[in-house]
Design a protein around this ligand. Structure first.
Ligand code: CTP
Ligand code: CA
Length: 236
């Protein structure tokens, strides 16, 4: 816990953490993004380093974190390449990044202008453009598929959920854990004023094949991180 000397129970382990949102470019000056600050993922990286791990942090932010190897990415496709490269040689993968589910189908190499090229009759076309999107790969699912029947790496996912008419936050979390096939899922309740950019977090940590649900918080992202690593260490 905060303030006490950390347990060095990740000594000798290599952990790979992704964090922050992805940016999907439309043209040289614009992108589609999301509000993820990367703070929870960065806190996980720092906590793992304090517990003795070698840490690779793949992030769209530019944090300066002592004892952490930072790989900078912008897009989901870059994140995917970086995760596959790092996951080839690690004990734990944590997908805390907020990966864009979709990206623009095409990238305009020059700035998209609000008035387009003239119509055949010479008048300017001022209609609003339509942005076509294509699906990004599901990196977490790919990492699970790539592991196959092997015992490692341990794979941790995150899920930001809101309750709705189809179920509670936890119902959605359990379903996502089964669907994704990862070992641990850290479920966050999101909504107005919750989680994004905040310093505190409230999560439920679920394990595949177990009914146990570890509830943490509201607590600092450092405390939440240690609770996640406690669960991961229990799986070694
Ligand atoms: N994730 C991923 N690649 C994607 C989308 C998500 O690796 N293209 C990972 C996230 O990093 C997170 C987990 O999958 O660890 C769950 O992300 P989430 O957005 O909650 O799940 P989705 O499967 O994208 O479902 P939806 O957004 O529809 O709820
Ligand atoms: Ca998603």
């Amino acid at each position: 816990t905060a303030g006490s000397a950390p347990t060095r129970d990740l000594t000798g382990r290599h952990v790979v953490v992704s964090a922050g949102g992805t940016r999907e470019p439309l043209d040289p000056v614009r992108y589609l993004g999301n509000r993820s600050s990367g703070k929870q993922g960065h806190a996980l990286a720092v906590a793992a380093a304090a517990r003795g791990a070698r840490v690779t942090l793949v992030t769209s932010a530019k944090p300066d974190l002592p004892g952490v190897d930072v790989v900078h990415i912008e897009t989901a496709l870059q994140l995917r390449d970086a995760m596959h490269a790092a996951a080839a040689d690690c004990d734990v993968v944590v997908m805390a990044a907020a990966v864009a589910d979709f990206r623009p189908a095409t990238y305009a190499p020059t700035k998209i202008k609000k008035t387009h090229e003239s119509r055949p009759d010479g008048s300017a076309d001022e209609s609003a453009p339509t942005i076509e999107l294509v699906r990004n790969p599901d990196i977490l699912a790919e990492l699970v598929a790539r592991r196959g029947g092997a015992a490692t790496p341990i794979i941790v996912g995150f899920a930001a959920e809101t309750g709705d008419e189809d179920g509670s936050v936890l119902d959605h979390g359990r379903a996502k854990l089964e669907r994704k096939g990862c070992d641990v899922l850290v479920v966050n309740e999101v909504g107005e004023g919750k989680t994004f950019g905040a310093d505190d977090n409230t999560v439920t940590v679920l394990r595949r094949g177990s009914d146990a649900a570890v509830e943490v918080g509201p607590a600092t992202k450092a405390v939440v991180s240690d609770a996640v690593w406690d669960v991961v260490v229990s799986l070694f």
